[in-house]
Write a protein that binds this ligand. Structure first.
Ligand code: ADP
Length: 447
């Protein structure tokens, strides 16, 4: 087991990882920018190292400084959290070259999944169902037209180097295709420095369903069920559930088993999430994230397994603590992402939190790094906390969520809490009847 882990992140996830390290009796080092000296995880860590000014590229993305902090403090492993360097293959390689363990998969696996065309090809080879489309990058209009005619309109053009929902264009007819292709290519070139694009069938009313997987790096793979993250705004997840209200037990174990086997065959190590669009009973792979996800607590709630403990255990060579048959799903969980944003316009609302009171009681978990008097810096993501509620079934979970949202107080800044208070009373949400476009339509109506 590791003696000392350096946490290369900030905010709620830094605190989340720190808690897991403490429970395992591992010393903690946190790195932070000058804007985060007052953060809760900095106060609670055994050691902290200031690695630079507020802009992320000079601090949380500064590989040189982070490696130096590991060497100064004698950390033997790094947990990258999510975002920042968590899916940076070069970072994983550099740490390996310094004999520091990256708590995550190998640089090569990160690289494969970071390239969407390569990821899709790999998924297909491993027996994961994918969206019908071009077999690799599209070279010209003629090829695009041929592929689109084959799979049928509408189609979506996506950037191979894509991320964050950028560089995607939908074409409804052949007449739209040329313009869509040109726009997608130039946006991809500008955003990612790589204008390779590919085409796939555009699914009109899918749900976003993702499977949590784990590999031990030695040929064993397990799945921890799925999460439904269909409630999104601009491709950003807002509300997540486990399990999905749309799946039955047979579908759950079918897709889970396919994913667990793929992870085993890949020789993958650590936590990963295989993301699908789901429509009319079919799953279509869109991407794999090679890290812990923001929404991992809903999976922890229904399985009772600490996924960060599991990551640390696997990375230290201790293997998985569970076999597939040990993983049981109990009840239902929902997570609401609480952002420091206006609940209608989603404009960021940094500033000082004058009063912070979190709900409590059975089945309630709040993961947050903020406190009364804390000043939210304007430089980073606006996520300030996550409310995770667990109940014996979805109805109980929703009742408890409504009560928890009533108790939650955040004064001094605007937050997305009022949006969740509206959503929890909506009949479609109550019925679990929504797809990936539901939230944007709801917000456009201004209900
Ligand atoms: P990114 O890495 O940029 O987030 P993804 O491939 O994960 O890109 O897709 C992001 C979102 O775009 C999906 O959650 C979905 O809303 C939409 N999307 C992607 N592919 C398709 C498709 N084939 N049909 C319909 N919507 C899609």
């Amino acid at each position: 087991m590791f003696q000392k882990i350096l946490i290369a992140n900030r905010g709620e996830i830094a605190l989340r990882v720190l808690r897991a390290c403490k429970e395992l009796g591992i010393q903690t080092v946190v790195v932070h920018s000058t804007a985060d000296s007052d953060a809760m995880h900095v106060r609670l860590a055994d050691e902290s190292v200031c690695i630079g000014p507020p802009p992320s590229r000079e601090s949380y993305l500064n590989i040189h400084q982070i490696v130096a902090a590991c060497e100064i403090t004698g950390a033997d492993a790094v947990h990258p959290g999510y975002g920042f360097l968590s899916e940076n293959a070069k970072f994983a390689d550099i740490l390996a070259a310094h004999n520091i363990t990256f708590i995550g998969p190998s640089g090569d696996h990160i690289r494969i999944m970071g390239d969407k065309i390569e990821a899709k090809r790999t998924a297909k080879r491993l027996g994961i169902p994918v969206v019908p489309g071009s077999d690799g990058a599209i070279s010209d209009d003629k090829e695009a037209k041929r592929v689109a005619a084959e799979i049928g309109y509408p189609v979506i053009i996506k950037a191979s180097a894509g991320g964050g929902g950028r560089g995607m264009k939908v074409a409804h007819t052949e007449a739209d295709l040329e313009v869509a292709l040109q726009t997608a290519k130039s946006e991809a070139g500008a955003a990612f420095g790589d204008d390779a694009v590919y085409i796939e069938k555009y699914l009109e009313k899918p749900r976003h369903i993702e499977v949590q997987v784990f590999g031990d790096g030695a040929g064993r793979g397990v799945h921890f069920g799925e999460r439904d993250c269909s409630l999104q705004r601009r491709h950003q997840k807002v509300w997540e559930e486990a399990n999905s209200p749309a799946l039955n037990a047979e579908e759950r174990s079918r897709i889970g088993d396919i994913c667990a086997k793929a992870i085993a065959d890949l020789g993958y190590s650590g936590a990963g999430t295989i993301e699908f669009l789901y429509e009319n009973g079919e799953f279509y792979f869109i991407e794999m994230n090679t890290r812990l996800q923001v929404e991992h607590p809903v999976t922890e709630a229904i399985t009772g397994i600490d996924l960060v403990h599991e990551q640390i255990r696997v990375a230290s060579g201790g293997g998985l603590s569970v076999r597939q048959e040990d993983i049981k799903f109990t009840g239902h969980a929902i997570e609401c992402r609480i952002n420091a944003e206006d609940p209608r316009t989603f404009t960021p609302s940094p500033g000082t939190i004058t009063h912070f009171h979190t709900p409590g009681g059975l089945g309630i978990r709040v993961d947050s790094g903020v406190y009364s008097g804390y000043k939210i810096p304007p430089y980073y993501d606006s996520l300030i906390g996550k409310l995770i509620v667990h109940g014996r079934n979805r109805v109980e979970c929703m009742m408890r969520l409504r009560r928890a949202l009533d108790e939650f107080v955040v004064d001094g800044i605007k937050t997305t809490l009022p949006l969740f208070r509206d959503l929890v009373g909506n009949p479609d949400i109550a019925n679990g009847d929504y797809d990936i476009h539901w939230l944007e339509k709801y917000l456009a109506k201004g209900e």
